[in-house]
Design a protein around this ligand. Structure first.
Ligand code: AMP
Length: 281
């Protein structure tokens, strides 16, 4: 596996791959790999000849009071895991190379970004779409793999790619969970043992909601109340949002259908966690 730090070198590596008719999958990450990231890398190997994983903790997608400074980092461990997963290139650009002095451009999707995480994290998705655009330009992949754990991010990126005619196909990967149901996340590392138990409130409340729908519940308002009550009972400290939305438009569902997605963001101690599930099927 090659480790490339310079965007210019990344582009010339990618040009050589294209000249040799090799297709490329990009897996954008912020590192501190877990099985969710490794699942995306494996998917990349299925859909393209070679996989490039970017590891970049993107400062412009963090709000002023968020966890940029303490975001977990473990470069050597990540490098070994990516190598074992059969990744061709680990692309690790420096912040100064991605955002040199005077950098002044934002790529922003107007729809889909005002609700859910966009409402509680102003500027977050503009930070994501800006960096993903830059990564696409630097790596020039045929496809890029994103996890359904960040469901809104996936929808926003699909919209950006369609609106801007970007020649990259977007491939999604289902949420990878711990054996007890907790969605894997680099931020799980922040949880104390006691918080780790209370963090199960997220997946447990999603499961309860699916059971209620299977048992005939069709009213999104009542279902939302059940989920909020279960989150509080199971130890969530602060509920950022619990929403039942259409999986394509992210607009609130008036009735539960096979398109309805339950998405939530919750604070356990100081740690903000997200999770989601389709309610039917
Ligand atoms: P991150 O490093 O947290 O920015 O995540 C990088 C990519 O991995 C994003 O596309 C995430 O949606 C995806 N991802 C993170 N956690 C999971 C998970 N538990 N299951 C599936 N994909 C995930």
């Amino acid at each position: 596996m090659e480790i490339i730090r310079s965007p210019r070198e990344m582009r010339s590596w990618s040009k050589r791959a294209r000249e040799a008719a090799r297709t490329l999958a990009l897996v954008p990450t912020m590192g501190f790999f877990h099985d969710g990231h490794l699942g995306l890398m494996r998917r990349g190997k299925e859909v393209a000849d070679q996989v490039v994983v970017s590891l970049f903790v993107n400062p412009i997608q963090f709000g002023p009071n968020e966890d940029l400074a303490r975001y977990p980092r473990a470069f050597e461990r990540d490098r070994d895991l990516a190598e074992k997963a059969g990744v061709a290139v680990l692309f690790v650009p420096a912040v100064e190379d991605v955002y040199p002095a005077g950098f002044a451009t934002r790529v922003e999707v107007d729809s889909l970004t005002a609700t859910l995480c966009g409402a509680s994290r102003p500027g977050h998705f503009a930070g994501v779409t800006t960096v993903v655009t830059k990564l696409f330009n630097m790596v020039q992949p045929d496809c890029a793999i994103f996890g359904e754990k960040d469901f809104q991010q996936l929808a926003v990126i699909r919209k950006m790619v369609a609106d801007l005619n970007m020649p990259v196909s977007i491939v999604s990967h289902p949420i990878v969970r711990e054996a007890d149901g907790l969605a894997m996340s680099s931020r799980n590392a922040y949880l104390s043992p006691e918080e780790r138990i209370r963090a199960l409130s997220l997946s447990r409340s999603l499961r309860l909601a699916r059971e209620q729908v299977a048992a005939g519940e069709q009213d999104p308002i009542r279902l939302r109340e059940t989920v909020v009550a279960e989150l509080r009972r199971a130890g969530a400290d602060d509920i950022d949002y619990v929403e039942i939305v259409d999986a394509d438009t992210l607009a609130p569902s008036a009735v539960i259908s096979e398109k309805s997605l339950l998405a939530l963001a919750v604070r356990i101690g100081r740690t903000r966690l997200i999770d989601n599930t389709l309610l039917v099927g």
